[in-house]
Design a protein around this ligand. Structure first.
Ligand SMILES: Nc1ncnc2c1ncn2[C@@H]1O[C@H](COP(=O)(O)OP(=O)(O)O)[C@@H](O)[C@H]1O
Ligand SMILES: [Mg+2]
Length: 355
């Protein structure tokens, strides 16, 4: 189902939780609402669900305005962070309960609930009660219960937040598998950028109730509209070198280093406070005559298969994944080349990107 949100706005008294939020979810996609805690993700989700009435704006399902419809008439499945399974009911009865409410005949109810339990891989646990299940198993049951009515739209609000790190990883792959199998249009709320990046077709990144960018994970990462987007995605976080531009020369804020800016910067006013943002994988040891600037190697770390170098450019620190086989050790001066990808220039005050 195609889902359109048009200028959705929700104010709680003086709190402007969501402002002018316009996003279209293509049919059959998994779209994440991503952003820091309090940015308005759950408020958007609850307006999609019909749990919250927008202050203004519309929600359309396949072109039909559903803004005024109550949740039970929207054909949605909901899963929250706390699974809210019925503790006294078995797995099978938990999953089939929504069908009981719909007065689906018992035999059909049981067949559909069993099929759904198999799909989320809890078919061997049908007679257990929730307390006899692990967190991941409980969340599978909650997803099966949300899907058993064949919803047109599946809404998941931080469904993995209560799980430990390993299980979170496993369950996010499961959610992707289940979503691709059912092809149900899905909205997945998370504050975890890695989670969103790994499972989404599109991501709507929010801050303070405003949409920052709506794009594929790749586009968000490689072509951020502003500094907030660049900062929010990626680990380790993108590096910042602060400075100003004079002609085509970038000079660090305290004059501790300067070098020709290695990317186009049209329309940047001279003397404007800027951030040259560089992803850790976008800087490498330069060959002869290839250097954009030099850096002092401060420290090197090996973390699993990755080798991270802490570098000083003038007085400013940056981190880079650098091939340590080349005898790179603390104390040496290293010529650095920046790759074309993952290097951006932002206005330090407004976060606007220059390109
Ligand atoms: N029922 C409510 N009453 C008043 N303020 C609310 C209510 N629900 C959410 N808010 C506020 O709206 C903002 C967005 O909240 P929310 O959508 O829950 O954020 P998120 O899910 O991104 O963490 C926050 O400032 C929150 O405190
Ligand atoms: Mg929330």
């Amino acid at each position: 189902m195609l889902v359109e949100m048009r200028s959705l706005t929700k104010h709680f008294g003086i709190t402007q939780a969501v402002n002018d939020f316009t996003v279209t979810l293509p049919d059959g996609e998994l779209v994440s609402l991503l952003g820091p805690s309090g940015c308005g993700k759950s408020t958007v989700l609850n307006m999609l669900a019909g749990i919250l009435k927008p202050t203004s704006g519309q929600v359309l399902f396949d072109g039909e305005d559903v803004t005024g419809l109550p949740p039970e008439r929207r054909g949605i499945g909901l899963v929250f962070q706390n699974y809210a399974l019925y503790p006294h009911m078995t797995v099978l009865n938990n999953i089939s309960f929504p069908l009981e409410i719909q007065k689906v005949p018992r035999a059909e109810r049981m067949a559909r609930a069993k099929a759904m339990a198999d799909m989320v891989h809890v078919g061997n646990l049908l007679n257990r009660r929730p307390r006899e299940l692990s967190g991941g198993q409980q969340q599978r049951v909650a997803i099966a219960r949300a899907l058993v009515k064949n919803p047109q739209l599946l809404l998941l609000d931080e469904p993995l937040s209560n799980l430990d790190a390993r299980l979170r990883l496993e369950m996010r792959e499961e959610i992707r598998r289940i979503q691709q199998k059912t092809q149900v249009t899905t909205v997945f709320v998370t504050h975890d950028q890695e989670e969103a990046m790994s499972i989404s077709d599109h991501i709507a990144l929010m801050k303070d109730g405003y949409l920052q960018q709506y794009d594929t994970p790749q586009e968000l990462y490689n072509d951020p509209d502003n500094q907030f987007v660049a900062d929010f995605l990626g680990s380790p976080p993108i590096n910042h070198l602060t400075g100003t531009l004079l002609g085509s020369v970038f000079t660090l804020t305290d004059n501790s280093a300067s070098f020709p800016l290695p990317l186009p910067a049209e329309g940047v006013p001279e003397g404007k406070e800027l951030i040259l943002a560089i992803r850790a994988e976008s800087a490498e040891a330069a060959g002869q005559g290839e250097a954009h600037f030099t850096a002092q190697v401060k420290q090197v770390y090996t973390m699993g298969k990755e080798e991270l170098a802490y570098l000083m450019v003038g007085t400013q620190e940056m981190r880079a994944y650098i091939d340590l086989d080349q005898g790179i050790t603390p104390g040496i001066t290293l010529p650095i080349r920046l790759k074309p990808r993952g290097v951006f220039l932002f206005d330090q005050v407004t976060g606007v990107r220059y390109q």
